[in-house]
Design a protein around this ligand. Structure first.
Ligand code: B12
Ligand code: SF4
Length: 464
């Protein structure tokens, strides 16, 4: 038999310190080394042709940085934007050693020409449709094409990840399951429609159930569906939920709020073990949703819709984005008040980030409002563009004031109540609040508050 080519897949270090509230997240990972296992690379491994012997290096779970070695023929590196800088360093070092480097993932797909300054080829979009073609060219001594664009190849089904190449003990979430790809909506700030298209694609239900049953045999009963919009197709989601009921599992995911239109689906979701959903609400202000091109929904209906979902005993997490042109500190505070009123069990407040590939990025670039292209800073906790109604420091201050306000024990008490006792939500709320207190104690600063804007809105040295 022909010698198999050696392939190394690398997940570049994306330090947890680049995620919003780093200390909090570290404290919440209970000794695990990373939050999520790299599904992208496990999928690349699954669709790697058999001429290759494959290994995965996840730098996020190693104590020291990966040292490139020329003991493989080809390296595949994936990157979302916050990983791009490190991904390029690794690619440059491997190329210096004479190893072929192919990059893929969200950031290289958005900026393939930038990536090609560091690698031999870029796979744009889904690996399922591109990666085997690139590797086959290499194995048959054909020159690599610079770009393998998924739109140029027949579409391939969403693959089942090869989890056997990773250590479950390294991850807080070892069983993220992606059931769908793409999103039918077109919000200006979101990479999903920009990179993966508006055509909503679903994975085979049989494959999903098989993957989950295998995980159950290894002792897992709680699953995260790492979709952008679990219920982008209601009919399909209903079918999936019905197939999940016999498994007696628990699960959580994220989806759009239009799910509230379909109580039959909500009932099936709960019956199949749905515990919670993350909703991308962005803002309770209708004008802000118009600005974000989130046209499919009127923010005035949010509260009513949230109550419909909660009636089915599904807990809700809200995600609100701060920094739209419509936003000032008062509207940020209004978002937190809304989150209280809606009894959301958890809520997050990322800073608006113009990710490459999105309409927002194009617009801000044209307007000269992009302040940095240091991709490490594109983490939702750093202001990388010039906001309209706030200064950079004020926007960051509003974000941290929002976290402190929402997670303070008084707010947790009013949202979560004692009966019925939502143990996990209580633990998460208290852990985040403790993390915030610890973070600001270390900085010897008071917890940020919206009152700071009222007391001295001009020129105050706001907490970073
Ligand atoms: C789970 C998740 C997380 C998890 C884990 C992330 C991880 N890498 O595992 C956590 C919670 C840590 C997280 C954090 C963040 N996330 Co996140 N996350 C997701 C989510 C929901 C699923 C990721 C996933 O597993 N996808 C499934 C895999 C299979 O898809 P994929 O990675 O795109 O891979 C496919 C292709 O891209 C390609 N591919 C990928 N890699 C490679 C490599 C090679 C060699 C090849 C050939 C192909 C290839 O093939 C794969 C299979 O088809 C996505 C949404 C999404 N649709 O992906 C957002 C998403 C990746 N996150 C996003 C963001 C913004 C963040 C945060 C900045 C949010 C914040 N404000 O804190 C942080 C940054 C964290 C950090 N430290 O850098 C954005 C990324 C935007 C961007 N341009 O980078 C996304 C796309 C959400 C969105 N709609 O905008 N996230
Ligand atoms: S609904 Fe969510 S996933 Fe879909 S485009 Fe908007 S932000 Fe992205």
């Amino acid at each position: 038999m022909k010698n198999r080519l050696k392939l190394r897949l690398i997940n570049p270090n994306s330090p947890l310190t680049t995620i919003t509230l780093p200390d909090v997240i570290k404290r919440m990972t209970m000794g695990r080394k990373a939050l999520f296992m790299p599904v992208n690379l496990a999928i690349c491994a699954a669709v790697t042709p058999s001429d290759y012997q494959v290994e995965i290096i996840d730098e996020c779970v190693h104590d020291t940085p990966h040292v490139p070695r020329n003991d493989v023929e080809v390296v595949g590196i994936g990157a979302m934007t916050t990983q791009a800088k490190r991904a390029y360093q690794l690619a440059d070092e491997y190329r210096r050693l004479g190893v072929k480097v192919i990059m893929g993932g969200i950031h290289p797909s958005a900026l393939p020409d930038e990536a090609l300054e560091h690698c031999d080829a870029v796979c744009i979009g889904d690996a399922e449709g591109t990666w085997p073609h690139a590797l086959n060219d290499l194995a048959s001594d054909q020159p690599l094409k610079p770009k393998y664009n998924w739109r140029d190849y027949p579409s391939a089904p969403i693959a089942t990840p090869r989890k056997d190449l990773l250590n479950p003990r390294d991850y807080l979430v070892f069983n993220p399951i992606q059931t769908t790809r793409g999103c039918p909506h077109d919000c200006t700030f979101c990479t999903t429609p920009a990179i993966f298209g508006r055509k909503f694609r679903q994975r085979s239900i049989e494959d999903i159930v098989t993957e989950m049953k295998e995980a159950q045999e290894r002792g897992s009963n709680f699953f995260i569906f790492s979709d952008d919009n679990f219920a982008g197709n209601h009919r399909w989601a209903l079918e999936l939920c019905q197939a999940l009921i016999p498994l007696k599992i628990k699960w959580a995911s994220q989806c759009d709020i239009l799910i509230s239109n379909n109580e039959k689906l909500l009932a099936a979701m709960r019956a199949s073990g749905c515990q919670g959903l993350i909703l991308g609400l962005e803002s309770p202000n209708p004008d802000t949703l118009t600005e974000a091109r989130k046209r499919y929904i009127d923010a005035k209906s949010y509260l009513r819709r949230i109550k419909v979902i909660q009636k089915h005993r599904i807990s809700l997490w809200g995600s609100f984005i701060f920094g739209f042109d419509n936003d000032n500190w008062q509207s940020c505070q209004a978002a937190v008040k809304f989150a209280h009123r809606a009894n959301l069990v958890m809520s997050c407040y990322p800073i608006l980030t113009p990710y490459p590939g999105t309409a927002l990025y194009e617009e801000y670039q044209k307007q000269g409002r992009i302040l940095t292209q240091d991709w490490d800073k594109y983490n939702g906790a750093t202001v990388v563009f010039q906001p309209k109604q706030m200064s950079v420091d004020q926007l960051r201050h509003a974000q941290m004031a929002a976290f402190c306000d929402f997670y303070q024990p008084r707010s947790a008490f009013s949202r979560l109540k004692i009966v019925p006792f939502k143990k996990n939500s209580w633990l998460a709320n208290l852990a985040i609040y403790r993390g915030l207190v610890y973070y600001y104690q270390k900085k010897r600063r008071p917890l940020p508050s919206f009152k700071d804007f009222k007391n001295n809105s001009l020129g105050i040295p706001l907490t970073k």
